[in-house]
Design a protein around this ligand. Structure first.
Ligand code: DOR
Ligand code: ZN
Length: 350
């Protein structure tokens, strides 16, 4: 139970987990790992490195590199994922399960987002892998957008759901499926009525912004992510879902750092970094919706329930206090511009 410590100025919730994020590799880990480990006890780590994390061996090596950046004495567990490619076989899945440290597998339709070139063009190619995942009880995490260039970029999630979601559920009825970073009312409606094997993660940017934020007096590359922000009615549907107390909707920041120069560029990368203030961003969104009492379920209870993992034991406190998000942070040999840079957040982790 969330505790109000002094009439809603300070709240205490069970330590959260992040069910979807990008930690990158190499020097980037110096920035990403200490920050994720500060606010979360566990995090599902996306496999879209180059080359992709496609086997248990790749995941083991990547896990080692992440672990070497966890600050001393900090209790943080990276939960590894495999990238499903056209070369993924039943054996790949069985080895992943046997490893004990692979928690889920990620489906990228080829070309839909950053480092997704190794994804799939035809979903059926992966049916043997999905069957093996269903048997092994490894959840399928989906970037739910079609890669069909004839489909309007704002409709790619809706069309993915129309074309593939029901078929997947019918064909693999006991496979657990997470529609990651959902952005539309169509996705909300689908997940709400789907069986209990289906859930969705929601990012802070899709709760706090809509597509107008891409064009405030000019083009705003730091608000560009994929799936792209949608119109206000979709934002409202996402806020409603996240704050409804429905356990099918839970946290997944999709924190996805890119160096400043890669965002502010001729062809800017998709991705928003939010691990500098993840909980504060969600708390601000829930507070604006008058739903702080629903925050703990979303951040700390529903994810573990879906993944069949224990709820964390420690507690974290947030206080109602205005603070300004820094304009830049150190990243790789350069800098990055974090989400809400230069703006004021009304909650702070203590
Ligand atoms: O905006 C995004 N950035 N969406 C994704 O799906 C991938 C991510 C990244 O890796 O940068
Ligand atoms: Zn992502």
């Amino acid at each position: 139970m969330m505790k109000e410590l002094d009439g809603m100025h300070t709240i205490e919730i069970i330590y959260p987990d992040d069910w979807h994020c990008h930690l990158r590799d190499g020097n980037a880990l110096q920035t990403t790992v200490p920050l994720v480990a500060k606010q979360f006890k566990r995090a599902i780590v996306m496999p879209n490195l180059q080359p992709a994390v496609a086997t248990a061996m790749d995941a083991m090596a990547y896990l080692g590199r992440i672990k070497s950046h966890i600050p001393e004495g900090v209790d943080f567990q990276p939960l590894m994922t495999l990238y499903l490619t056209e070369a993924t076989t039943k054996d790949t899945i069985q080895e992943a399960k046997a490893s004990g440290f692979v928690t889920a597998c990620k489906l990228y339709p080829a070309g839909v987002t950053t480092n997704s070139a190794q994804g799939v063009n035809t979903l059926e190619t992966l049916f043997p892998a999905f069957e093996a995942m269903e048997k092994a009880k490894l959840p399928l995490l989906i970037h739910g957008e079609v890669n069909d260039k004839d489909v309007d970029v704002f409709d790619r999630e809706k069309i993915f759901i129309e074309r593939y979601a029901q078929t997947l559920i019918n064909t693999f009825p006991s496979l657990k499926i997470v529609f990651e970073h959902i952005t539309t009312s169509e996705a909300v409606d689908f997940v709400k009525t789907a069986p209990f094997t289906v859930a969705a993660t929601i990012t802070p940017q899709h709760l706090l912004l809509n597509r107008n934020a891409l064009f405030i007096g000019g083009i705003r590359p730091h608000h560009y992510c994929l799936p792209v922000l949608k119109r206000q009615t979709h934002q409202e549907a996402l806020i409603k879902a996240a704050t409804s107390g429905n356990p099918k909707f839970f946290i997944g920041t999709d924190s996805a750092p890119h160096a400043k120069s890669k965002k502010e560029s001729f062809c800017g990368c998709a991705g928003i970094f939010s691990h500098h203030a993840a909980l504060e961003l969600y708390a601000t969104a829930f507070d604006e919706a008058n739903a702080l009492d629903k925050l703990e379920g979303f951040t700390s209870l529903f994810g573990p329930r879906f993944y069949d993992l224990p709820v964390n034991t420690g507690k974290i406190r947030l206080t109602k206090e205005n603070w300004e998000v820094p304009h830049t942070m150190t990243y790789e040999d350069e800098s990055l511009v974090p989400f809400y840079a230069g703006l004021t957040l009304s909650w702070k982790v203590i």
